[in-house]
Design a protein around this ligand. Structure first.
Ligand code: KIV
Ligand code: ZN
Length: 527
């Protein structure tokens, strides 16, 4: 690693603290995928788990240690020989193994959680760090609940850990209690008062209970910390940890205020976010900084107009810088002609003036009725003539036999515009049977690329909202549709058929050969 004094070590704990969030459990295979990506992205230290916690945790730390090529792999341990031995054994296949050992130092933790006197804690710090140093060169020691620890005692603990051989001293804000000024002062105080402080790397580990994890981590770095512990998507206990993508981009975008570097390839941030979200089934908040789906989306007419004139009017970084593809202009009632013309261009349409005016008027009418106008809505709107012809294929009735007796069977009546047709099909489950019935009624080659069910509200009588994406690989086309119904199977059939109709409409889409480009008039007139 670089000796640059302004190089900040990125310590990712998605697989340990992140995985500790209720419901975020990952399988071994998923953990290995995440670890591989973190390594490729340039994370310096991957905390892969808590080996003593379970045989599964031990195995995943050990497998990550074998897999990772560049990063150090850390295993967490409490201040006990048994924990440390397990951590040492789990990381031993890594070229750069690290043991991360911790103990609580705050009065409330020592009294109620550990039931130990401060002097006993001090002894455990010395014995645990010494034992860990007997196993590996790279030992990190953490003072759990450091930000609520009495300063003189924290100084004594840090000094003891350094003397016993710790190479990194982590100062966790375990309960997300501190604020930036206070955290800057804490790190400064430790670096000034503790003998040997300049021999070790100070680290931050900030939780987000007050929404200050990223600000506190950066405040720590300003005070001289050179390692940030963080997680992808800010995953972690309770409100989570500092988000890796946010700390990295804050330093990249505001180099004037944070003149620090990391080894992270920021163009991989979006990929990492998506992978972790899929592996943990934790959705990413739409307006999440850097990786939320709205992070580069603009809806207001004024913002869209500004963006079309110059992207820096409303963007402080490009979406490409974080691997997020392109800026998206979210179409809604605030969007003007200029933005609509650009959206059509993005979707591959070239409309002559009249067709453009007509489409724009219908878009405005739709936007008044509908909160979000998706790309598919615009496609449908432009394709309206064709789509109306093909939308004639509708679900009229559906009966499905499901349950343990099998085989599941669907009886489907459809209207294809030329009378009703009833078909029957079996399948591997009721949804499969329903889709097989549709395929029987309307044979096609399109493949089902996505099938997702969401409950619109709570309760067993909630509407099911089903999304279906079909792909026609040969034609290089795809279509997505949604349908809602209190009956999940009916919603599924409707969504599938609507996607099939839309795919057909796309196939038939007529674009004027060598026709005019986007209307010049449309380009000129702003919203
Ligand atoms: O939040 C915390 O204090 C921790 C330690 C184990 C580092 O996760
Ligand atoms: Zn933590």
């Amino acid at each position: 690693m670089s000796n640059d004094k302004n190089r900040v070590i990125i310590f990712d704990t998605t697989l340990r603290d992140g995985e500790q969030s209720p419901g975020a459990t990952m399988t071994l295979e998923e953990k290995l995928q995440v670890a591989g990506l973190l390594d490729e992205m340039g994370v310096d230290v991957i905390e892969a788990g808590f080996p003593i916690a379970s045989p599964g945790d031990f195995e995943s730390v050990s497998e990550v240690a074998k897999l990772v090529k560049n990063a150090s792999v850390a295993g967490l341990s409490r201040a006990s020989e048994k924990d440390i031995n397990a951590a040492a054994e789990a990381v031993r296949h890594c070229a750069r193994p690290r043991i991360h050992t911790f103990i609580s130092t705050s009065p409330v933790h020592m009294k109620y959680k550990l039931r130990k006197e401060p002097d006993e804690v001090l002894e455990l710090i010395v014995s645990s760090v010494t034992h860990a140093r007997g196993k590996v060169e790279d030992v990190e020691w953490s003072a759990e609940d450091a930000t609520r620890t009495e300063h003189d005692f924290l100084c004594r603990c840090v000094e003891a850990a350094i003397k016993a051989g710790a190479t990194t001293i982590n100062i966790p804000d375990t309960v997300g209690y501190t604020v930036p000024e206070e955290f800057t002062a804490l790190i400064t105080m430790l670096r000034e008062r503790v003998p040997g402080a300049d021999e070790v790397i100070f680290s931050t580990h900030c939780h987000n209970d007050l929404g200050l994890a990223v600000a506190n981590s950066l405040a720590g770095v300003k005070a001289g910390a050179r390692q940030i512990e963080c997680t992808i998507n800010g995953l972690g206990e309770r409100a989570g940890n500092a988000a890796l993508e946010e700390v990295v981009m804050a330093m990249n975008v505001r180099r004037d205020v944070f003149p620090f570097t990391t080894g992270i390839d920021a163009t991989m941030l979006t990929r990492a976010s998506k992978l972790v979200s899929a592996a943990t089934s934790f959705p990413v908040q739409y307006n999440k900084a850097i990786v939320g789906r709205n992070a580069f989306a603009h809806e207001s007419g004024i913002h869209q107009d500004g963006m079309l004139k110059h992207t820096q009017t409303y963007e402080i970084m490009t979406p490409e810088a974080v691997g997020a593809g392109k800026t998206s202009l979210v179409m809604g009632k605030h969007s003007g002609r200029h933005a609509f013309a650009r959206k059509l261009e993005e979707l591959g349409y070239k409309l002559a003036d009249n067709a453009f005016q007509d489409a724009f008027q219908r878009f405005k009418e739709l936007a008044d009725r509908k909160k979000h106008v998706y790309d598919e809505d615009i496609e449908a709107l432009v394709d309206e003539n064709i789509a109306t012809a093909t939308d004639a294929r509708k679900v009229v009735a559906l009966t499905v036999i499901a349950g343990t007796m099998g085989p599941q069977m669907a009886t489907l009546t459809v209207d294809a515009g030329d009378g009703h047709q009833t078909v029957q099909a079996t399948g591997n489950g009721p949804v499969d049977a329903t889709f097989n019935a549709i395929k029987k009624a309307f044979p096609h080659d399109a493949k089902l690329a996505l099938y997702q069910v969401h409950s619109v509200t709570h309760g067993t009588d909630a509407q099911a909202e089903v999304s279906v994406r079909l792909e026609d690989e040969k034609a290089g086309l795809s279509s997505t549709s949604k349908a809602a119904d209190p009956d999940t199977l009916v919603a599924s059939a409707k969504a599938y058929l609507a996607a099939l109709n839309r795919l057909e409409a796309k196939r038939q889409r007529v674009r004027p050969e060598g026709g005019e480009n986007i209307s010049e008039e449309a380009r000129r007139s702003g919203p």
